[in-house]
Design a protein around this ligand. Structure first.
Ligand code: ADP
Length: 626
């Protein structure tokens, strides 16, 4: 029998697991039981959908037994689908599973070996090598004749040989090492099953010898008579939690279910258990993790919702069960009405699935809303993690836009922290006709920008939209409860506010405008006269209604989009001495210098670099030295 080498990545992984998970090594049992349960899920599914497997509807179960000495072993046996020779080779000899691969690469990337990160992955079968120095996996695939045994010490090689096994399924024997010695113990195993695997839908039996002492009767030595009784006891409650009645489930059971199924050490922020009855019948149990999943911003994020049909597991890898912006939600959807052999393609177009998806989204959004009203503190935590994905929903989920508008939060000129659009509306001045906002900078630069200050001084609140995504989102929102959104740093906001006097003054100041435009020679799209800046501010830059802000243009450029470059508009303040000076100045070179400095300064105030910082600084120095 030839022994084969593991792929190098497996050896790497084994070492990593052993080192990083060591203090948490008891999870190996959870991993093996969950593999056994998956293998039974697969066979159960086939037995219900594939003629060839219909005789396999036997009593599915998982059996655990142990020997205390010579050798000290722990055995986990299932009557699931099993593996044939090739699958033993492929599944246990390489890292087949993408979750494991992600685990490896993010550990390497982040160098962050804390158990929280590790907790987000299923590390699987290999974790058993933390407690065993040899493992034998004997398996017979359902519907095939031969059984095979895979053996390895977890160091660098493994062997596969033909073997005997009664019936289909897999038997895993761990030869426990020093660190694993405590697991050959009835109480230890029982408590681990209760802790991690209580929700497993198939019965888990533990086989052990119960020793009884009969104190009434003594032997020749005067010791109580000792008898031993062989017992096989079911340990888990083996009912799908979500199928039980809400009133019968404790908070702790809900939380344990989450922690054991979704690889999180922390309690969820909250959970929502719903049984929908009516034209489509289904049950959902959704959890919101306390911390956003680490891969929330990866394009190939792992979806968090599992689909069951009448308690039969169908998939945990379908990104269409919920819309992408709700990808942080974890949980279960269990349908009564879908066919068991529903394929991925069917799922996407299926009417029943569509109804479940819509119902689930509505339920989630309405629960978020409820939380915002009833538990603001919790909602604040929620927003800290999930404001951004909800904003994505504003442009991707048109049908629920109204609800999402109630949920998202923005920074504001009025207060620290976040405000809702409703808060904004309630604080509006009587004559106010629009929701004012500003984009194109960080929270600090925007809050201190002269434009925001001038609105604030007049008693208007301005939403500070400093999130990268805000500018894209807000450009697609037209109004909230009949109030239009107006960017204060875009030209459109101004026109309606102008009085006739202001319009007349604009006419009168045309020569100044022309003079500055000429001096700035193509650096600005326009120069306009301000009616809103406070006295100490000579000028500010704004954008034309339809142009993206300078910051947005830079983001678009970084993303590789070549959007045409849009120039800012310079808005000047007639009561500023600097602008008055330009108006009076007749020397063209001087006008050019002064105008360039005014523009550069206005850009800096928005946290933006002037186009040519060296020239700007040279001009500033030359002016100062005069
Ligand atoms: P994961 O379970 O995350 O896929 P594992 O390393 O635990 O990763 O297992 C690798 C693969 O080995 C599984 O995906 C499965 O195909 C197979 N496997 C493991 N245990 C069993 C089992 N008890 N019965 C059948 N197949 C199994």
């Amino acid at each position: 029998m030839a022994s084969k080498k593991f792929k190098t990545e497996v050896t790497d992984l084994l070492q990593l697991i052993i080192h990083s998970l060591y203090s948490n090594r008891e999870i190996f049992l959870r991993e093996l039981i969950s593999n056994a349960s998956d293998a039974i899920d697969k066979l159960r599914y086939l037995s219900l959908t594939d003629e060839k497997y219909k005789d396999f509807q036997n009593e599915f179960r998982i059996d655990i037994s142990f020997t205390e000495n010579n050798p000290r072993t722990l055995t986990i046996k299932d009557n699931g689908l099993g593996m044939n020779e090739k699958e033993l080779e492929d599944d246990l000899g390489t890292i087949a599973q993408s979750g494991t691969k992600k685990f490896l690469s993010s550990l390497k990337e982040s160098d962050q070996k804390d158990s929280n990160l590790i907790g987000q992955f299923g590390v699987g079968f290999y974790s058993a090598f933390m407690v065993a120095d040899k493992i034998e996996v004997t398996s017979k695939k359902a519907g095939e004749d031969k059984a095979y045994k895979w053996t390895s010490d977890g160091k660098s090689t493994y062997t596969i040989e033909e073997a005997e096994r009664e019936g289909n399924g897999t038997t895993i024997v761990l030869y426990l090492n020093e660190d694993g010695s405590s697991y050959a113990n009835r109480y230890e195993i029982e408590s681990l099953i209760r802790k991690y695997s209580d929700h497993i839908a198939y019965p888990i039996y533990l086989e052990y010898d119960q020793v009884n002492y009969d104190y009434e009767h003594k032997d020749e030595k005067g010791e109580p008579i000792r008898t031993s009784e062989h017992k096989i006891e079911k340990i888990n409650s083996s009912s799908a939690l979500w199928r039980r009645n809400k009133s019968e489930i404790t908070d702790e059971e809900y939380k344990n279910f989450y922690k054991n199924n979704y690889y999180d050490n922390e309690d969820p922020l909250f959970y929502i258990h719903t049984k929908a009855e009516g034209t489509t019948e289904y049950t959902t149990l959704f959890y919101i993790p306390a911390k956003a999943p680490f891969d929330m911003y990866y394009a190939d994020y792992t979806p968090g919702v599992k689909l069951y049909v009448k308690r039969v597991y169908i998939t945990d890898d379908d990104k269409t069960l919920l819309p992408a912006y709700l990808r942080f939600v974890r949980g279960v959807i269990d349908s009564e009405d879908l066919p068991l052999n529903v394929s991925r393609e069917i799922l996407q177009e299926n009417r029943v699935m569509g109804a479940i998806r819509n119902g689930s989204v509505k339920k989630l959004l309405s629960e978020f809303k409820k939380m915002s009203e009833q538990n603001p503190e919790l909602y604040e935590k929620f927003i800290k993690e999930y404001n951004r994905p909800l904003k994505e929903g504003l442009y991707s989920d048109y049908a629920n836009r109204e609800s999402l508008l109630e949920l998202v939060r923005f920074h504001s000129s009025r207060t620290e922290g976040y405000v809702s659009l409703n808060d904004y509306k309630e604080h509006m001045k009587a004559d106010q006709k629009a929701i004012y906002y500003i984009t194109g900078g960080t929270e600090t630069t925007l809050k201190s920008s002269p434009l925001v200050t001038s609105y604030k001084d007049k008693g208007y609140e301005v939403l500070i939209m400093d999130d990268d995504i805000d500018e894209i989102v807000v450009s697609q929102l037209f109004e909230y409860k009949d109030l239009p959104f107006k960017a204060i740093n875009k030209s459109g906001a101004l026109d309606e506010e102008k009085s006739d006097d202001e319009k007349a003054r604009e006419e009168e100041k045309k020569p100044l405008v022309e003079k500055m435009k000429k001096a700035l020679d193509g650096k600005v799209k326009d120069v306009i006269i301000s009616s809103r800046l406070s006295a100490s501010t000579p000028a500010c830059v704004i954008m034309d209604e339809n142009d993206p802000t300078v910051r947005m243009q830079r983001i678009l450029k970084q993303m590789g989009t070549d959007a045409p470059e849009a120039k800012p508009i310079l808005e000047v303040n007639l009561s500023s001495p600097l602008i008055q000076r330009i108006e009076e100045e007749s020397d063209e070179e001087m006008v050019r210098k002064l105008s360039t400095v005014v523009l550069g300064n206005a850009l800096l105030q928005e946290g933006l670099m002037p186009e040519d910082p060296v020239a700007f600084s040279a001009m500033l120095s030359s002016l100062l030295s005069m």
